[in-house]
Design a protein around this ligand. Structure first.
Ligand SMILES: NC(=O)C1=CN([C@@H]2O[C@H](COP(=O)(O)OP(=O)(O)OC[C@H]3O[C@@H](n4cnc5c(N)ncnc54)[C@H](O)[C@@H]3O)[C@@H](O)[C@H]2O)C=CC1
Ligand SMILES: O=C(O)C(=O)[C@H](O)COP(=O)(O)O
Length: 398
């Protein structure tokens, strides 16, 4: 079996090498092969003989890519977003498709938290006094809301699709299977919050499009003291309208991980951002590797074989695997804890200094290792200290 995978999928060799050796080629005796490719440059000729294709978000999977291939049976994307995949075409060709819902949702939530901690320090504000407006109450929005709840920070969620589901059914399960009894608010409420964090897929058309959800009209209603964070898809904010707003002197503080037209970026917008990064919010090692693991599990299921490996077989220990805390929780401790694991200023500095040297895609390809909070075990030295670190996602000593 020939498995082609994006070179930017951690542990792909570890997960998929053995599956290639399964003798399921079309002629029954085909040599197994595991082939890495560069996601943006992939051609139809390259994948003409693939049985399995494993991509990331920068590869458009459509008729143009697969028209020369008559035997492919499985396409996987090690990502949450699926806007790069023509699902209708795959269905028409009876090709199984799997993405990796939720794989890097914790990573995105920790990116947003790191941005908030950095801005709170830069502008000396009390995080617990803020209300965060979350647009999109799916995996990433929910992981963020859980961390905010752990910190006692108020939040509101706008998600008309989940709100409708909730109204139609007496019980709606959230992404983790629990009953959804959240109160949803309209977009206008969320856009009035101190912090606005966007967590929607790219959707063009339909009842609830997200393409340019933030546009000249509603951006103009923002207050100077608000923070706008986007770590979902570049097209959700009209970048030219945002630039015009900032050029006109608007004070909204902007954190952008995603950009319209990636890998090309509206260069003049960068200097108006507080934090700017190269679409790496989901790039914790765990987040990316979970994507590989989820596709491995899905492919094993398709091949009707039990999965032999899991992520914990391959994840290395963190560089600071354990710490002890000898004081009760406060914002200074939060700042130290979050930045110890992930300081978003590192990625912001790399972006500003290296974007025009390395290019957007290379910044992502050469992304330094970043771990999630769970890679660090926190021991509280007194049982009177509040348990916030563990509720934030740090591991407990068991
Ligand atoms: N920057 C990065 O590295 C990453 C970006 N993403 C992006 O974030 C998006 C969201 O990820 P998840 O939360 O995991 O997806 P999800 O599918 O779990 O949740 C998305 C939620 O958005 C809601 N939604 C859709 N249209 C909406 C609208 N017009 N207004 C309000 N809510 C709306 C949906 O009902 C759904 O609950 C992904 O589709 C992907 O594009 C995801 C992971 C990493
Ligand atoms: O999962 C998603 O959706 C994302 O946005 C990923 O973080 C994108 O990573 P790449 O697939 O572009 O490496």
């Amino acid at each position: 079996m020939k498995i082609y995978y994006d070179e930017n999928m951690p542990f792909a060799k570890e997960f998929f090498s053995e599956l290639c050796q399964l003798d399921r080629g079309t002629n029954g005796h085909e040599q197994g092969e595991l082939v890495a490719f560069s996601g943006r440059a992939l051609t139809a000729e390259q994948v003409a003989d693939a049985d399995v294709l494993l991509v990331r978000s920068i590869t458009e999977v459509n008729e143009q890519l697969l028209h020369l291939n008559e035997k492919i049976s499985f396409v996987g994307s090690a990502t949450i977003g699926t806007d790069h995949v023509d699902l209708t075409y795959l269905e028409k060709r009876n090709i199984t498709f799997h993405s990796a819902p939720g794989c890097n949702a914790i990573s995105v939530a920790e990116y947003v938290l790191s941005a908030l901690v950095v801005l709170a320090e830069r502008y000396l504000f009390d995080l617990s006094s803020l209300t965060v407006g979350i647009v999109g109450g799916g995996n990433t929005g929910t992981r963020l809301s859980e961390k905010l709840a752990a910190l006692g920070i108020r939040y509101k969620i706008c998600d008309p699709l989940l709100e409708k589901k909730q109204a139609e059914q007496s019980t709606v399960n959230t992404t983790d299977g629990s009953v959804d009894n959240r109160a949803y608010v309209p977009l206008s409420d969320v856009l009035a919050c101190d912090v606005i964090s966007l967590h929607v897929p790219k959707v063009e058309g339909g009842e609830h499009p997200t393409y340019k959800l933030l546009n000249a009209e509603n951006l103009a209603l923002l207050r100077d003291d608000q923070i706008l964070i986007s770590a979902c898809r570049g097209d959700v904010i009209d970048n030219h309208a945002l630039l015009a707003l900032k050029k006109a002197g608007h004070g909204v503080k902007v954190v952008l991980d995603v950009w319209q037209g990636e890998p090309n970026v509206l260069e003049s917008l960068i200097s108006y951002t507080e934090i700017a990064t190269a679409h790496i919010a989901g790039y914790s090692l765990e987040g990316k590797a979970r994507g590989s693991e989820m596709l491995y599990q899905a492919l094993c299921q398709q091949l009707v074989i039990p999965p032999k490996y899991q992520l914990t077989d391959f994840l290395p220990s963190a560089s600071i695997p354990a710490i002890e805390i000898n004081q009760d929780f406060n914002q200074i401790l939060l700042n130290q804890l979050v930045k110890m694991v992930y300081d978003v200023r590192r990625d912001d500095a790399i972006f500003r200094q290296q974007l025009f040297v390395q290019g957007f895609d290379n910044l992502r390809k050469n992304y330094p290792v970043r771990r999630e909070f769970s890679a660090v075990t926190v021991t509280l030295l007194s049982n009177t200290f509040s348990d916030v670190p563990h509720r934030l996602g740090f591991s407990k000593n068991v």
